[in-house]
Write a protein that binds this ligand. Structure first.
Ligand SMILES: [Zn+2]
Length: 406
C-alpha cells in the first residue's frame, strides 16, 4: 500500500492521472515508438497536504542520461542567494558548507568567490562532477543519504550550513533525507532550501510537471517537512525561476517542533480545483491549436526543456506542432521524447514560415528570447507563453485561471 512521502500517512487522494510517458529529458537521436514509459499520477495526502507522485521512476533509470548542467540555465537569483547567506551572521568564512545535489558546482563557485573556504558539494551525475572539478569545487560523487552523510561527517565534521537547491522535489524517500540531514547538520546549524513553489502552479493551472519531481511543495508542506527535523523557518521568499521558486532559510533548534496543521482545508480546496480544471484545460488547449491549424496557421515551440516536453505529451499537443527550436546547440538535431518533435535552431521560425510560436522559456528569460526574432514579429508572427507565471499566457488559459479561483 502506498504511503505519503512526507508524513507516511495512508490516505492519498488521486488528483490527476496524466497517463504513461517517457522520461522528459531523455532526448532521442532518432524518432522512436518504443521508449520506456512510466505512469505519471499526482496525489494529495489527506493527512499533511503534501502533493506528490506515487510510484516514481527509479533514480538509476531517471538520471542515467542526465544532460542538464546548472550553467546552462539562466539563474538571475544566484547573487540574491549569496547575499542571504552573507547576512547569516553565524556563518563565517571558515564555516563548513555542504550543498547536496550541487550539480556542476556553479553555486558553490560563487560562494568560493565570496571568500567561503570550506565548501563541499555532493552530486551523483558524472558529467556534473567533472564540470565541478574544473571549477575547483570539491565534489563527493554520490547521492545524499544516511550512509553518505555519515561518510561526510567522518571526513569533514558536521556542516554549519546545509544547502539544497532544486533538489528536494526529486527525493523518493524524504524520511531518509531527514535522517541524513539530522546526521550531517551541526546543532544550531542553518539550512537553505530552494524548491519549485507548487502554490504558484495551483494558482496558474501550471500542469508542466516533471516526472523527475516526486514532491510538489508549498510553503506549508515545506514548513512541515523541516519541522520534522527540528528546523524552524526564519526567512522565506519567492523568486522567478523555472516557474516560481521558494527560498527558505531555516535554523535547527533544540526543542521539538509541532508540525503546522491549520492550512489543510484551504490547500485541499485549491488542489481539488486544480484537478477539476485539468480536463477543461486539456480540451481548451487542443481546440486552440486545432483552430489555428485549421485556419492555415503553423505552430512551433521555442525552448525544448523538460517542462514543455511533458506538457506536450500530457496534453497531446504533438500533432499540432511542426517542430521545436532551441538555442542550445547540444539539443539541436535531437528529437523530443514522446512527441518525437525535431529540435531545430532558432532561425527555423522564419525559414519555415511559422506564425504562432509557443514560448517555452522561463518567464525571466522570455524578453531575451523574443528579442532574438525581430524578423518573425515583423512578418506577423505571434509569441504566446506556455509556461506560467508569464503574462503572455493565451486567453483560454487566463480565462480558466479566473474560473478556477475559489
Ligand atoms: Zn502526508
Amino acid at each position: 500500500m502506498n504511503s505519503c512521502n512526507l508524513c507516511e500517512g495512508k490516505q492519498l487522494y488521486k488528483l490527476i492521472d496524466f497517463g504513461a510517458h517517457p522520461i522528459a529529458h531523455d532526448y532521442l537521436k532518432t524518432p522512436s515508438n518504443d521508449e520506456y514509459v512510466h505512469p505519471v499520477t499526482l496525489y494529495f495526502c489527506e493527512t499533511c497536504g503534501h502533493i506528490q507522485l506515487i510510484n516514481p521512476i527509479p533514480p538509476d533509470l531517471l538520471y542515467e542520461n542526465y544532460v542538464c548542467l546548472s550553467s546552462w540555465k539562466h539563474q538571475p537569483h544566484i547573487p540574491r542567494l549569496a547575499r542571504i547567506i552573507e547576512e547569516l551572521n553565524d556563518i563565517k568564512k571558515t564555516s563548513t558548507i555542504l550543498e547536496v545535489g550541487s550539480n556542476d558546482g556553479r553555486f558553490l563557485q560563487v560562494l568560493k568567490e565570496h571568500g567561503y573556504k570550506k565548501i563541499i558539494g555532493m552530486e551523483p551525475a558524472h558529467d556534473a562532477q567533472i564540470a565541478a572539478g574544473q571549477k575547483g569545487v570539491i565534489t563527493i560523487p554520490s547521492y545524499f543519504n544516511k550512509k553518505t552523510a555519515e561518510g561526510f561527517v567522518e571526513n569533514y565534521g558536521h556542516c554549519d550550513l546545509f544547502i539544497s537547491r532544486q533538489m528536494l522535489e526529486h527525493i523518493n524517500d524524504l524520511k531518509d533525507f531527514h535522517d541524513a540531514m539530522d546526521v550531517v547538520l551541526s546543532p544550531g546549524g542553518f539550512v537553505v532550501f530552494e524548491v519549485p513553489n507548487f502554490n504558484c502552479s495551483l494558482d496558474t493551472l501550471d500542469y508542466t510537471l516533471w516526472e523527475e519531481h516526486v514532491n510538489y511543495f508549498t510553503l506549508e508542506t515545506l514548513t512541515r517537512f523541516l519541522a520534522y527535523s527540528g528546523i524552524k523557518i526564519i526567512h522565506s521568499e519567492k523568486i522567478l525561476f523555472s516557474g516560481e521558486a521558494l527560498i527558505v532559510i531555516g535554523k535547527k533548534v533544540d526543542i521539538p517542533l509541532e508540525p503546522p496543521k491549520d492550512y489543510m482545508e484551504a490547500l485541499r480546496a485549491k488542489a481539488i480545483n486544480y484537478s477539476k480544471s485539468w480536463p477543461k484545460f486539456r480540451n481548451a488547449f487542443i481546440k486552440y491549436l486545432d483552430d489555428h491549424k485549421t485556419a492555415g496557421g503553423k505552430v512551433a515551440v521555442y525552448g525544448a526543456g523538460a517542462r514543455v516536453n511533458s506538457l506536450i505529451n500530457f496534453v497531446g499537443l504533438g500533432p499540432y506542432i511542426e517542430f521545436i527550436v532551441d538555442d542550445q546547440q547540444e539539443k539541436q538535431g535531437l528529437f523530443v521524447p514522446g512527441s518525437n518533435l525535431p529540435i531545430l535552431s532558432g532561425d527555423a521560425l522564419e525559414k519555415y514560415s511559422i506564425d504562432l510560436c509557443l514560448l517555452a522559456v522561463n518567464t525571466e528569460s522570455e524578453e531575451k528570447a523574443i528579442s532574438k526574432h525581430p524578423e518573425f514579429i515583423k512578418k506577423g508572427g505571434k509569441f504566446i507563453s506556455v509556461l506560467p507565471p508569464s503574462e503572455l499566457l493565451p486567453h483560454f488559459w487566463k480565462r480558466l485561471i479566473e474560473e478556477s479561483k475559489i
